[in-house]
Design a protein around this ligand. Structure first.
Ligand SMILES: [Zn+2]
Length: 484
């Protein structure tokens, strides 16, 4: 066994044990580590760099859609959280409470925010007076605490990072338009920047956000065939404006309650990238969010520090000038073979090798992480060709994900059909549903499948069928899946 093989051997193959592979790769690639407190994680620099890239790309999109950032307090007084009944009931089991400040017991408990509707709405009621103050479009980047019983790094942790948008509007229609605009903004972000195919649609009553009128979500298939909810957008209606008294004078001088939305994506997206793109050798990052887009490995033979390293440094500078995130691995204690498998495991999209023969030929060798495809590039064309290859990788990773989604989505027309299908297949199951929660509950109990979304664009004539559970007339075509 050579040292490269030994290195990879330490990682459980994804195909052998998906959940073990998942926790192993996170620690081996130094994305995150377990903290001393149960259910909490430390995001290490390599993992945090992904979050910073996600933040930057997402922040640009949110701002381009007219929103500005602000920051609200971490603590929420108990009486505020209690105002919206459904909201408090939904979050009660997972709220962390502060009961003491210094040595003094607090008169009123403070919740560590499980989400910020309560505190933000209390401020909006002060700020919004007239239709001229609307729409109010604010986003916050923050940490959130939810006391989870079962945790898994990036997917479900007691504390996590996210962005939460909170908007207020004059009419229901405007709030609905905002809710759906954000849903498609999220879909575009995940497909274009994370290269993961998603389906989008409405959540059922059972699955919606506590306190919302309607919840919409984007969902993606992970490579084990289970679905992951990757972002949600809620039309809050007037539930919160009524209890927090957020009123405005409308264009006819009548007092009205505002219509609101809220929406968020979190560090869970990093978990999605790991699970959707990883393979037996480790991570595969799409270039747009990769901490390093290119790793340059000089081949250490002979007098390499004098003959090869300067060329590697020159290539590195050229690429940095083009805005490419590079890593020049000139460590002496590891062989090139060791470095190849390490950066492969850590998901760097493109590797450049420079050896004596390359220099003689005036070229470098590139190897794509996603396909393993090799290409020699003229040294003079490196700054032009490398960014092109990165773009090609980004696109072909999305293509691959779209193909995977298509291949792992099937349609069923009866309950027997459904039971047969899930015996042999994973992924999304498209089926007719009557809209009745009793059928949804029964299917969940018997098959562990939940309705991930009710797609929005299905045409009336396509919904001409019978509910797979009760055989009554169907109201919707829905996507079922087992989910994280
Ligand atoms: Zn039914």
């Amino acid at each position: 066994m050579n040292e490269e093989e030994r290195f990879i051997k330490k990682l459980t193959p994804k195909s052998a044990d998906f959940s073990r592979w998942y926790v192993e790769i996170i620690r081996k690639a130094e994305l995150a580590d377990y903290a001393p407190m149960k259910g909490m994680m430390v995001i290490r620099p390599y993992g945090y760099a992904i979050w910073e890239n996600i933040q930057q790309l997402m922040d640009k999109r949110i701002k381009a859609a007219g929103h500005t950032n602000a920051y609200f307090p971490l603590f929420i007084p108990e009486s505020y959280l209690e105002k919206e009944a459904e909201h408090v009931e939904g979050f009660a089991p997972e709220v962390a409470w502060v009961t003491q400040g210094g040595t003094e017991e607090l008169k009123e408990r403070l919740a560590v925010r499980p989400t910020s509707e309560a505190i933000i709405c209390s401020m909006y009621s002060k700020w919004i007076k007239s239709w001229r103050d609307l729409p109010l479009l604010i986003n916050q980047w923050a940490n959130i605490v939810r006391w989870e019983k079962v945790t898994r790094p990036f997917l479900r942790t007691t504390e996590f990072l996210w962005q939460e948008g909170h908007t207020a509007h004059e009419t229901y229609e405007e709030a609905q338009e905002e809710t759906l605009m954000i849903l498609s903004l999220y879909k575009e972000f995940v497909e274009q920047d994370l290269a993961i195919a998603v389906i989008s649609g409405k959540k059922t009553e059972r699955e919606k956000f506590a306190g919302a009128l309607e919840t919409y979500a984007i969902e993606a298939l992970m490579s084990d065939g289970k679905a992951l909810q990757m972002g949600t957008s809620h039309n809050l209606g007037q539930h919160f404006s009524k209890v927090f008294n957020i009123r405005f004078e409308d264009r006819n001088q009548n007092l009205q309650y505002v219509w609101q939305t809220s929406w968020g994506v979190s560090t869970r997206l990093i978990g999605a990238v790991i699970m959707a793109h990883g393979d037996d050798s480790g991570l595969r990052f799409p270039p747009r969010i990769a901490p390093f887009q290119v790793v340059i490995v000089p081949i250490a033979v002979g007098n390499w520090k004098e003959n090869i390293l300067p060329h590697a440094e020159a290539v590195n500078m050229k690429l940095k000038d083009e805005g490419v995130r590079t890593k020049l691995d000139s460590r002496e204690e590891f062989t090139p073979g060791w470095k190849f498998s390490e950066w492969e495991m850590r998901g760097v999209p493109l590797r450049i090798e420079i050896g004596p023969r390359d220099i003689e030929a005036g070229q470098v060798l590139t190897i794509r992480r996603d396909t393993g495809r090799k290409e020699s590039i003229d040294l003079n064309l490196v700054n032009k060709r490398i960014p092109e290859i990165l773009n090609e990788i980004q696109h072909s990773m999305l293509e691959e994900s779209l193909r995977f989604q298509k291949e792992n989505t099937c349609e069923v027309f009866s309950y027997d059909d459904l039971n047969d299908t899930i015996k042999s297949k994973k992924g999304f199951v498209k089926a007719f549903w009557c809209g009745n929660q009793a059928c949804e509950d029964k299917i969940k109990e018997e098959t562990m499948l939940t309705i991930r979304v009710v797609p929005l664009n299905e045409k009336k004539r396509e919904i001409d069928g019978k509910c797979i559970c009760c055989r009554e007339k169907a109201k919707n075509i829905v996507y079922f899946a087992r989910a994280y």
